[in-house]
Ligand binder design. Structure first.
Ligand SMILES: CC(C)(COP(=O)(O)OP(=O)(O)OC[C@H]1O[C@@H](n2cnc3c(N)ncnc32)[C@H](O)[C@@H]1OP(=O)(O)O)[C@@H](O)C(=O)NCCC(=O)NCCS
Length: 167
């Protein structure tokens, strides 16, 4: 009876602020999507931080389980996206776009002028998502990510400047 996805339709998902008691569920989804994964304690610490600006998407008739998350923080006039992930069953229905738009709105209201993130240069899906939302390249860290077999991938730093983005 677990992991039932009766309607893989974005209309059946809701977006909520990510409270620290969601850390375990977020960590479980993070582990499905990232290697190395972040553990529950690290995610809980992040969500408890006063600068945390994080959202989850939930779905499911009973327990409303976490199907997507975005972890961000806002400090002074800059916001940063630390991680974003969508359950494989729920990808390509607009959840990441919705979460990023929600986080962007919150950051703007909180006084941010820009929002930064880092993405591996070989993450085609992530790069396509961010470019579609108006992020542009602001820098590159050479050989930042480790890949199986000892290969390395550059990290691209992308930025969305709110002055140049749609309101
Ligand atoms: C990247 C990720 C967050 C996208 O989430 P998503 O909810 O499927 O994204 P959306 O449905 O909002 O997609 C918006 C746009 O992003 C681009 N995109 C998303 N997934 C893509 C893919 N697999 N291949 C190419 N483009 C993709 C498309 O332009 C898409 O618009 P379209 O569906 O109209 O073509 C998701 O694939 C994921 O969790 N991946 C694993 C974790 C990860 O890599 N996170 C980013 C690390 S920086």
């Amino acid at each position: 009876m677990t992991n039932v996805t009766p309607f893989r339709n974005v209309k059946h998902a809701s977006m909520l602020w990510a409270s620290p008691d969601r850390a375990e569920e977020i960590a479980a989804l993070h582990a499905k999507l990232f290697d190395p994964a972040w553990d529950t304690a690290a995610i809980q610490t992040l969500l408890e931080h006063p600068a945390a600006t994080s959202l989850v998407a939930v779905a499911g008739s009973q327990k409303k389980s976490v199907i997507a998350f975005v972890l961000g923080q806002l400090a002074a006039d800059e916001a940063e996206i630390l991680s974003i992930g969508v359950s494989p069953d729920w990808q390509r229905v607009g959840l990441a776009t919705g979460l990023l738009e929600g986080l962007t709105r919150a950051a703007r209201r909180g006084g941010a002028k820009r929002i930064f993130l880092e993405v591996a240069e070989d993450n085609a899906a992530g790069i396509a998502l961010y470019r579609k939302l108006g992020f542009v390249e602001a820098g590159r860290r050479k050989r930042y990510y480790e890949r199986p077999g000892g290969a390395r991938a550059d990290a691209l730093t992308l930025v969305l400047n709110f002055d140049s983005a749609e309101a």
